[in-house]
Design a binder for this molecule. Structure first.
Ligand code: DGT
Ligand code: CA
Ligand code: CA
Ligand code: ZN
Length: 570
């Protein structure tokens, strides 16, 4: 589908027209049209083919002609014209959190800034301060945004790659001669963001496969088209590499292209010490192939236990594999419940009953409702009275027998700037599970935030520390917090660390999970679901947990209800 392409082009036009400044209304009309196309449930090409583009809200005759032109020729004359006139790289700047159309206009007109690099230079030289409406706070925000954009440049959230991967697999499976399709690379290692998608194929008809691949729906650019390797860029911006492997090199190719590079280099060194040579084609002693068809045979031939892809970062997994000390990683099927979820009583989209029905379909044994509390006004946080009312409601649910699982009473209470909680102890003590989270003053100093968090988790009613670092992937960095001090305090108080499964959070991250485990802490993998569909995010939490070397026993919501409750703070 080219919908997303059209959306991006219209947004770009809106910004360029805004900068041009000759028409006040046009830029808004273009953004409005972009928004309604973004929410279309149908392929825009199909609509264009029926001549019904003007039926889309916000799309008039002249805009419909431009969209038509783009769908037919791949470009829009007026946009090309605008780009010549105004050399601002809109898409590049738009990827920087904190930089919107008005800022782009201001920066271009006053400082001639056109792209990430010129913006970075201007920030470093202190040129931004003094511009109309730009204070130190905005400069700091942009400066941080640049770092985030640089780190995340061209990267995609793992969760967003899933539907793309499924589409590619479904299309390639249809092609004659295809015997095996596997996704390798960082996607297979379940990294939280991925750079590109690496597809490995075993086929009898390589040429046919490659021809079909470069013509897949959604391909915007063909970067390479060869007999064994091709690369494309999809309209969504993500790059996909496909490699055809000979059947007797499939395991070696899979091992090689799964990476990480550091892991591969280390495994290759170990092979060399045994007089073996490892490549993407196989493991060889002289000219003889010792292994290559199956991936696990490569590991065993070099004296290593099989290493799950999530561990392959050369962070000690190879040594552990030599000593038969690899963890027995947690799996989704071990999860018995979800301890952090929202409803429409605060900022969730579904009612308690809808959420419970959806959770019951997962065969959970327990499920905790934990809406926001009063100081989080933007999330319509609950007052003490509302929490008490909800406690009675949940008691009734449990005695009704309508849901087999146990519904737990909880709340996600706010950690205030002085380290207090925003709900009284009398109310907290009536809840089964209390999660405490930081949602404000995230720019405080490291010491201040650490003090706040440590004070909060020393409240004897707090069971879990929610999303402990506050990051949003590709959007917002972690707040500064001394996690070692937090872990130490948590251990002394018996508090559990959350692994928040939202694909943008995945907080704690892999390294911090391992550290928490070293401190002897238990983890709760929670979805923080704000709508029914988000209950499925549990899978992403489990992926991250595996990257953090966690076993089922490290995670409290793998335990049966009674044991789980015992692990909570008394
Ligand atoms: P990404 O795409 O940035 O999220 O990360 P990866 O790990 O998927 O990296 P990518 O797509 O560049 O390459 C896929 C795998 O192929 C990588 O994990 C290991 C292997 N690989 C690529 N280039 C090299 C190389 O120069 N040496 C070795 N040993 N392995 C490589
Ligand atoms: Ca990759
Ligand atoms: Ca790649
Ligand atoms: Zn929260």
């Amino acid at each position: 589908m080219k919908n997303n392409d059209v959306v991006q082009l219209l947004n770009e036009m809106a910004v360029l027209l805004e900068i041009q400044g000759t028409d006040k209304f046009k830029p808004k009309a273009y953004s409005r049209a972009a928004r309604s196309i973004a929410s279309l449930g149908e392929d825009i090409e199909a609509i264009a083919a029926r001549g019904e583009l003007t039926g889309i809200p916000g799309v008039g005759k002249s805009l419909a002609d431009k969209i038509d032109a783009y769908l037919k020729t791949g470009s829009i004359n007026q946009l090309e014209q605008l780009r010549k006139e105004i050399p601002v790289k809109v898409r590049e700047l738009d990827a920087i959190p904190g930089v919107g159309p008005m800022t782009m206009k201001l920066l271009y007109e006053n400082l001639g800034i056109t792209d990430l690099e010129s913006l970075e230079k201007a920030v470093k030289e202190g040129q931004l301060k003094g511009l109309k409406g730009i204070g130190q706070k905005t400069v700091d925000q942009i400066s941080e945004g640049i770092q985030l954009a640089r780190a995340g440049f061209g990267r995609t959230l793992l969760a967003n790659a899933f539907p793309i991967v499924e589409g590619i697999q479904a299309s390639l499976r249809e092609i004659q001669g295809v015997r095996k399709i596997t996704i390798a690379g960082s996607f297979r290692r379940r990294k939280e963001t991925i750079g590109d998608i690496d597809v490995l194929v075993v086929t009898d008809e390589a040429e046919q496969l490659m021809n079909a691949f470069v013509h897949l729906e959604g391909v915007a650019d063909v970067l390479a088209h060869g007999p064994t390797k091709s690369s494309v860029r999809l309209a969504s911006g993500i790059q996909v590499d496909v490699r055809v492997l000979p059947a007797d090199s499939y395991g070696a190719g899979l091992q090689y292209f799964t990476g990480s590079i550091d892991h591969n280099v280390h495994v290759r060194t170990i092979a060399q010490k045994r007089g073996l040579r490892l490549s993407e084609y196989g493991l060889y002693r002289g000219d003889e192939q010792v292994a290559g068809r199956e991936e696990d045979a490569i590991y065993s031939a070099v004296g290593l236990d099989y290493i799950e892809p999530e561990l392959r970062e050369d962070k000690g997994e190879i040594e552990a594999a030599q000593h038969h000390e690899l963890p027995k990683l947690i799996e989704l099927k071990h999860i018995r419940g979800d301890l952090h979820t929202h409803t429409d009583k605060s900022d969730g989209a579904n009612s308690i009953e809808e959420m419970l029905d959806a959770a019951a379909r997962k065969s959970y044994e327990y499920y905790c409702i934990s809406d926001h509390t009063k100081s989080l006004t933007i999330a319509r946080g609950m007052t003490e009275e509302q929490i008490l009312a909800s406690i009675s409601e949940i008691d009734e649910f449990n005695s009704s027998g309508r849901w087999k699982m146990r519904v737990l009473k909880g709340a996600e209470v706010d950690i205030l700037s002085n380290g207090n909680l925003d709900i009284s102890d009398e109310v907290l003590q009536q809840l089964d599970v209390v999660t405490a989270s930081v949602h404000s003053k995230m720019k405080d100093t490291k010491e201040a935030i650490t003090d706040r968090v440590c004070a909060a988790i020393q409240n004897r009613h707090v069971d879990i520390l929610g999303h402990p670092t506050g990051r949003l992937l590709l959007k917002r960095s972690e707040y500064e917090v001394d996690l070692e001090r937090v872990f130490e305090t948590a251990r002394a108080s018996g508090v559990i660390m959350e692994l928040n499964s939202h694909p943008e959070r995945l907080d704690l991250n892999d390294g911090n999970l391992r550290a928490a485990k070293r401190y002897g802490l238990k983890i709760a993998i929670n979805t923080d679901a704000h709508r029914i569909g988000e209950l499925d995010n549990m899978q992403f939490g489990v992926f991250q947990a595996r990257r953090g070397w966690l076993e089922a026993k490290d995670v409290i919501n793998t335990y049966p209800l009674k044991e789980m409750i015992k692990l909570l703070r008394k």
